[in-house]
Design a protein around this ligand. Structure first.
Ligand code: GAL
Length: 696
């Protein structure tokens, strides 16, 4: 039996200023063990809460409102270092004990954040060497957050100590479901310690300085180094892009051991049923997220819509990417309760969109949705942020919508338990490729994230399930794998992709693929480098486009813009699927898309960044070829279908992201679980969740 759920169903509490429904008391004792995995609710639903910012006399009222909203989870303690350790070595956890106990009285489980994103003043004043140094040499100061250096051993020791103290105290507390390390790690440091770690990192990576010189081609512009200690630490500027790409490898390694320093401290004391994660930011390019997550239990991320006008397909890609980090369901550790406060015009999401975003996250594999935040602090940098309660501690207008989602999630909990998103194909995302292109775009508009999203859009719409994976992931479950702009390709990755094709898989490469190795050096062969023999064709030349070129082929006709490559078949069995029409230009009549069958598998190279209509038609053809079919065909524009399955269940989630009602052809025997469809119409921003009997 799910003990937490039994507990949640019965626990209520008396609290002053609390919602009326909560004014009766009956507290069920908790099981004396951590909740990890075995006993937690199928979907965690909750909020960030900062009890240290409020008088203790208000905690119960806040928690009662959380309960009223349907919350079963609260994240606390991140940023509370100066409350936990107000002076060096002086620890105060009694308030946190009481906050956790208060949450428990309300049937709310707790995620504990380690507070290391916000070091206290005593620390940074006594030990200024822990402060982050910008690339221009400016040292950070106190008063904001993330002012620490990720390379500082002293900072890591302090961080480990506070994490250890917390784990010793709460590692076996049954109310704690998991740990979040730090908060949105990211900004690197360029101080002395970072420089010596950089040199050690390069030495470890290249073994000898001769090897580095050779891989970086340092004869170019007289860059030759005699010793690792001579190599400058840079993230930007007119540096060798090989150095700049290795800077990203360095930040990945440094952030990974920064996080693992705390994770190992927690693991030493915590019940293994408590998960350990860190909360990341969508397309944050500061480090390779696949690598960073290797040592963590699950991925968690913070989803904010900058201009309150969600591009829902792109947002789905964000979720899919995060799920790909561990290839398991993730936590949405923060999402907005209305508006953000950091763009030029911070308008609110429309009515219905907060609920819709919640269901979209679940459809893409979120097993948790936590809002940021419950109520605004009375002062500080973020008083204007959208919150669940006002500063007066009573519901903000968004409260009812959140509570509605909460009650739907509760209703759908049994259906969703132990289910995972259904994927019908995969796409590959490579941080190295993204960075390498960003370092030398050649066309200012060749944004690798935009290009990835332009590929993702028709494949997601057409298949209704795209796993986003790293190029080294096991691909055997997917009939179709699409790698847009896999610019950096190692020999191992090429071998892995070849093996996938030879085993019957269908691989599609986008423009700029197979151009560089992982030191950012050009492969000696033209694109797609080590996959050229498999493709039986190569890129004769690539062109940045200042105006679109036409192309036509077996998909129909369309346009490419920004980038186009002239492909040249080298084997007779290569099929030219599209050619450019560029009268008087280099590309005129040249192949734009080629495919080759390899046993039961195939490899296709799309040499151009296609306009949406052409991309849609090409994607449809490739999905047809690979036998990729959606659950519900012919879904109208703006409607998203997501599926989860597992434990003998098949769940269908239909979301209308548009303002006006849209038809949806839900299978006749599907059983409604939550949401609404009337006469096969889904209203604007409506959601409907169904259980689909086996056999559909
Ligand atoms: C997140 C951060 C939170 C809060 C929120 C507001 O990036 O983790 O602490 O600042 O943004 O946008």
């Amino acid at each position: 039996m799910r003990l937490w759920r039994a507990f949640l169903a019965t626990a209520t509490v008396l609290a002053s200023g609390a919602p009326a429904a909560m004014a009766q008391s009956s507290v069920t004792p908790m099981p004396a063990r951590a909740t990890r995995f075995a006993d937690k609710p199928a979907i965690a639903f909750g909020t960030a809460w900062y009890p240290e910012q409020w008088p203790e006399s208000r905690w119960d009222a806040d928690l009662a409102w959380m309960k009223e909203a349907g919350f079963n989870t609260v994240r606390i303690a991140e940023f509370a270092w100066s409350t936990m350790e107000p002076r060096e070595g002086e620890f105060h956890f009694e308030w946190l004990d009481r906050a956790i106990a208060a949450a428990r009285r309300h049937g709310i489980m707790v995620v504990l954040g380690t507070p290391t994103a916000a070091p206290p003043a005593w620390l940074t004043q006594k030990y200024p060497d822990v402060l982050r140094v910008d690339e221009d040499g400016t040292r950070a100061t106190h008063g904001g957050r993330r002012q620490f250096s990720f390379a500082s051993q002293r900072y890591r020791d302090f961080a480990r100590r506070i994490a250890t103290k917390m784990a010793q105290r709460y590692g076996n507390n049954p109310d704690i479901v998991g740990w979040q390390i730090d908060n949105e790690i990211g900004p690197p440091s360029f101080g002395k310690e970072a420089i010596s770690r950089w040199h050690a990192f390069l030495k470890e990576r290249y073994g000898s300085i001769d090897n580095l010189n050779q891989r970086w081609a340092t004869e170019y512009w007289s860059q030759h180094y005699n010793d690792f200690d001579q190599i400058p630490l840079h993230a930007t500027g007119q540096q060798n892009p090989a150095l700049l790409l290795d800077f990203k490898h360095f930040t990945t390694a440094t952030w990974t051991d920064y996080v693992m320093n705390q994770a190992s401290a927690i693991r030493a004391h915590a019940d293994p049923r408590q998960f350990i994660t860190t909360n990341t930011m969508f397309w944050n390019g500061g480090f390779d997220h696949f690598k960073l997550h290797r040592g963590l239990d699950l991925a968690a991320w913070d989803n904010y819509i900058q201009d309150a006008d969600p591009d829902w397909v792109a947002n789905g890609a964000d979720h899919d990417l995060v799920r790909g980090y561990k290839q398991r369901n993730f936590w949405l550790m923060e999402t907005q309760a209305g508006r953000v406060d950091w763009v030029p015009v911070n308008r609110a999401l429309k009515p219905g969109q907060v609920r819709e975003m919640g269901w979209q996250a679940i459809a893409h594999g979120a097993d948790a949705i936590l809002y940021w935040e419950l109520r605004p602090a009375r002062n500080g940098q973020e008083t204007y942020y959208g919150t669940v309660l006002g500063q007066d501690g009573t519901p903000a207008p968004i409260f009812d919508e959140i509570a509605k989602l909460g009650s739907e999630i509760r209703k759908a909990s049994d259906a969703l338990a132990d289910t995972n998103p259904v994927y019908r194909m995969a796409m590959l995302f490579s941080y190295d490729s993204r960075w390498a292109i960003d370092l030398q775009r050649l066309h200012k508009d060749f944004d690798p994230i935009d290009e990835f999203t332009d590929f993702y859009r028709p494949f997601r719409n057409g298949s209704q399930g795209v796993a986003v994976l790293s190029p080294s992931a096991d691909l055997s479950a997917y009939p179709l794998v699409v790698a847009p702009a896999l610019n950096v390709m190692t020999q191992e990755e090429a071998d892995h992709l070849s093996a996938y094709v030879r085993a019957g898989g269908n691989l599609v490469l986008g423009p700029r693929s197979g151009m560089k190795d992982d030191a950012d050096a050009l492969w000696p062969e033209r694109q797609p480098g080590p996959l050229q023999p498999l493709l039986g064709a190569r890129v004769e030349q690539f062109y940045a486009l200042d105006e679109p070129v036409q192309l036509a082929g077996d998909f129909g006709e369309g346009e490419a813009s920004i980038w186009a490559e002239w492909l040249k078949p080298q084997s007779k069995d290569v099929r030219i699927r599209a050619r450019y029409a560029d009268p008087g230009g280099w590309l005129d009549g040249k192949p734009a898309i080629v495919s080759r069958k390899v046993g039961k598998g195939s490899i296709t190279y799309i040499g151009a960044w296609l306009e949406p209509a052409a991309m849609r038609d090409v994607a449809q053809q490739l999905m047809d070829d690979a036998g990729v079919r959606p659950m519900i065909p012919n879904v109208p524009e703006g409607v998203e279908i997501g599926e989860r399955s597992g434990a003998g269940k098949h769940i269908l989630i239909a979301i209308n992201h548009g303002d006006s009602p849209k038809p949806v052809a839900i299978p006749a025997n599907a059983l409604p679980v939550a949401g609404e469809v009337a006469n096969d119409m889904l209203r604007g921003h409506g959601v409907a969740v169904f259980r689909v009997p086996a056999g559909n």
